[in-house]
Design a protein around this ligand. Structure first.
Ligand code: FUB
Length: 307
């Protein structure tokens, strides 16, 4: 049954009205939402949390795709991508993001590598935002031996952005936030791997977006995760930390946001563990709330309608 969830007031602001009957998908557990606007439609890509009740570890084998033209009614497009699409990978359909370039759709994903211990980032390609997608290069674009860290899962959570001059950038990371340029083919790095060092308590889940001339780098802060953000006039930084954007999301250690503008409004899309009885950190659910900017470009604290 759909949960009854009371809107929550934050920092003295009035409690908002739920906009989409959060969580927006109730028949499956969905996590790590990455929204993408294309030709008047929002495409929402998510990992599928498949862990049985009381199993406290991630079980994630595939990614899911939904679309909407009103942010309320969502249509599922059947299983467009599975870990098995990447012959070099062995498990873990973790966080991902899709972007379009020259009529092709590139889906960047984090997975467990089959032969190089640790997580890796791959990219799949399609002629349609709803697939079918296939491995775009036959190998990982980032592997665990490319960044200096003893952590085997530090190369996760890709976010991709193409700037006004057509230069594409890949940001990613856990514990350290990395970035690199991508070649126009979108499947190869173009230059060195860099590190962002101005993000306090960076955990994971970087997301790049642009709004009114400002670049924003939002990310999971601490653990259990809040979402914090930094701003810059350049996608290459320097990034100035601006504070907390969202509190810990109900009943989930992770929060994993994406941020978009659509039809004149801005949206904060994230996950929590709010579905009654079995929902939690390993059975998460995607939620959407409206996002508001201040005149100076900073973002107002998100008022979650789902706690
Ligand atoms: O879904 C698996 C991992 O949990 C993601 O990669 C992280 O961002 C966190 O949400």
């Amino acid at each position: 049954a759909a949960p009854t969830l009371a809107p929550t007031a934050v920092l003295g602001q009035a409690a908002p009205e739920p906009i989409a009957g959060n969580p927006i998908i109730k028949d499956k557990y969905t996590a790590d939402p990455a929204a993408f606007v294309h030709k008047g439609t929002v495409y929402l890509y998510a990992g599928h949390d498949e862990a049985p009740a009381r199993q406290e570890r991630y079980v994630m084998n595939e990614w899911l795709c939904y679309s909407s033209t009103d942010m309320v009614n969502w249509k599922e497009h059947l299983s467009p991508l599975n870990v098995k699409a990447f012959a070099w990978a062995k498990a873990d359909a973790w966080a991902s993001q899709v972007i379009e370039r020259n009529g092709k759709f590139y889906w960047y994903v984090a997975v467990e590598h089959g032969t190089i211990p640790g997580k890796a980032i791959g990219v799949a390609v399609s002629d349609s935002p709803t697939g079918p997608f296939k491995d775009a290069r036959g190998s990982a674009i980032i592997t665990n031996n490319m960044t200096e860290s003893p952590i085997s899962w530090d190369d996760i959570d890709p976010t991709v952005f193409i700037d006004d001059k057509g230069q594409a950038y890949l940001y990613w990371g856990n514990t350290n936030c990395h970035w690199a340029k991508l070649k126009p083919n979108m499947t190869e790095l173009d230059g060195p791997i860099n590190k962002v060092t101005t993000l306090p308590k960076f955990t994971e889940a970087p997301w790049i977006h642009k709004h009114n001339g400002w670049y924003y780098l939002s990310y999971a802060y601490q653990f259990p995760e809040k979402i914090a953000y930094a701003m810059s006039r350049s996608i290459e930084g320097p990034w100035e930390f601006k504070g907390i954007l969202n509190e810990v999301a109900g009943n989930s250690n992770t929060n994993h946001q994406s941020i978009i503008d659509f039809k004149g409004k801005s949206y904060f899309i994230y996950h929590n563990g709010s579905i009654p009885t079995d929902g939690g950190s390993f059975r998460r659910s995607v939620c959407i709330d409206e996002l508001y900017y201040n005149k100076d470009g900073t973002m107002k604290r998100v008022l979650m309608t789902t706690e």
